[in-house]
Design a protein around this ligand. Structure first.
Ligand SMILES: *Cc1c(COP(=O)(O)O)cnc(C)c1O
Length: 397
């Protein structure tokens, strides 16, 4: 969003509040309304309309007003040319892969990613559509370079990666990809555009699960892909109109409302997570802590260069204890809830056991079972006190 008088790009917080919103012309309301209509009025002679055109207010799976407003806001926050919002983060990922990849193409992706990426690329796209796949540790640039083939079309990374918080160097990988005519997509969900903007670092696409930090309240699902219009036109047609991954107008409206406070919430997530990670490092019974904001994290220097002002709210850690003790620890928590998902207002913890099928892809310390902890925006001291009393019960009973 540009300041209309001075032509200067406004600050991130100002854009989070204003971009995508205008005074509603019909009612004068200063918030644009929710439009829960499946269809839009046709012109006098509709016979030459393309029923599959995307981005048009024709039918809500082709395009709709709430979806359009949210796209404007996300594109602005990510610093991208164009954006499509879809029903979930997975709808965004599958839509991106479906739109970009053909049989015979090769894709390189991170050994640490959201489970759906592993399922889609490692099980579905290669078996069903004959897309070649290579899984590499994308924090190691040499491994990525060595994996490149003449038919490599896409490098897909996640940084920080779910669930180990492994960090990859976006700028360096964009350089390597573009030198070989390869596209780079980055799943930016853990950082959110407040802390990290992949497109400004040279990536072609930034993918978000809007379900997480951008909505932030744990009550609506959505996903987005931001990038150049030339690709977004194709992705929108494939992912939204043909695959049918359209977002509900109500969810688009909820996420639009949540996104207004993204900067304020992220400040608190960043601050709390750094405090909690520092605290966990001092606890006797803790085997390891992984958080990009800690000096002990192998990706800290890279994270410091590409994440600003903070490192997000998610960390992982393991106990010097067996499987059942990890479960017992969680049962003692009073404020922190045991549930999947992350980036909600409330703190959420999940125990990932030693039988996770992707364990072999993770760094060694993750082989014995660990927690993924999404630190919420409660008072930091209350979160730490909750952990303290659970540690006391776990290790002294
Ligand atoms: C949750 C998540 C997704 C998937 O998003 P949904 O909205 O749940 O479909 C994708 N990537 C990352 C990193 C996630 O944490």
């Amino acid at each position: 969003m540009e300041d209309k008088t001075q032509k200067k790009v406004l600050g991130f917080q100002t854009r989070a509040v204003h971009t995508g919103n205008e005074v509603d012309k019909d009612t004068g309301a200063i918030k644009r309304p929710i439009t829960m209509a499946n269809s839009y009025a046709l012109p006098y002679d509709p016979s030459d309309l393309n029923w599959s055109s995307a981005g048009k207010n024709l039918y809500t799976r082709n395009g709709g007003s709430n979806q359009q407003y949210l796209q404007e806001k996300i594109a602005s926050l990510e610093g991208g040319e164009d954006c499509v919002v879809l029903a979930s983060g997975v709808a965004a990922l599958s839509g991106l892969f479906f739109a970009l990849l053909q049989s015979g193409d090769h894709v390189i992706f991170s050994s640490v990613t959201y489970i759906a990426v592993y399922r889609l690329l490692n099980e579905l796209f290669n078996n069903k559509f004959k897309v070649e796949t290579t899984i590499v540790d994308t924090s190691d640039l040499e491994e990525v370079k060595n994996a490149i083939r003449p038919n490599t079309k896409l490098i897909h990374i996640e940084t920080p990666g779910n669930p180990t918080l492994t960090v990859a160097d976006i700028k360096a990988l964009a350089g390597i990809a573009h030198e070989h005519g390869i596209l780079l997509s980055v799943d930016n969900t853990f950082a959110s555009p407040y802390n990290q903007r992949p497109i400004e670092l040279g990536a072609d696409f930034s993918v978000e699960s809007l379900t997480k930090y951008i909505n932030g309240h744990g009550d609506a699902m959505g996903g987005s892909i931001t990038g150049k219009k030339q690709y977004l036109d194709i992705i929108r047609a494939q992912a939204q109109v043909n695959l049918g991954g359209a977002i509900s107008p109500f969810n688009a409206w909820l996420i639009m409302r949540g996104a207004v406070t993204l900067p304020l919430r992220m400040k608190q997530h960043n601050e709390n997570a750094l405090k909690v990670a520092g605290y966990l490092e001092t606890v006797q019974g803790v085997r390891f802590v992984s958080y990009p904001g800690l000096k002990s994290h192998p990706g800290h220097e890279t994270a410091k260069r590409q994440m600003n002002p903070g490192y997000g709210g998610v960390l992982s850690f393991g106990l010097k204890a067996d499987h059942d003790t990890h479960n017992r620890f969680v049962s003692y928590l009073r404020i922190i809830t045991s549930a999947v998902s992350l980036g909600h207002d409330e703190s959420l913890i999940v125990f990932i056991g030693e039988n996770d099928e992707r364990q072999y892809l993770y760094p060694n310390e993750f082989h014995a079972g660990f927690f993924r902890f999404s630190v919420g925006i409660e008072d930091g001291e209350d979160i730490i006190e909750d952990l303290e009393q659970a540690f006391a019960l776990t290790f002294h009973n």
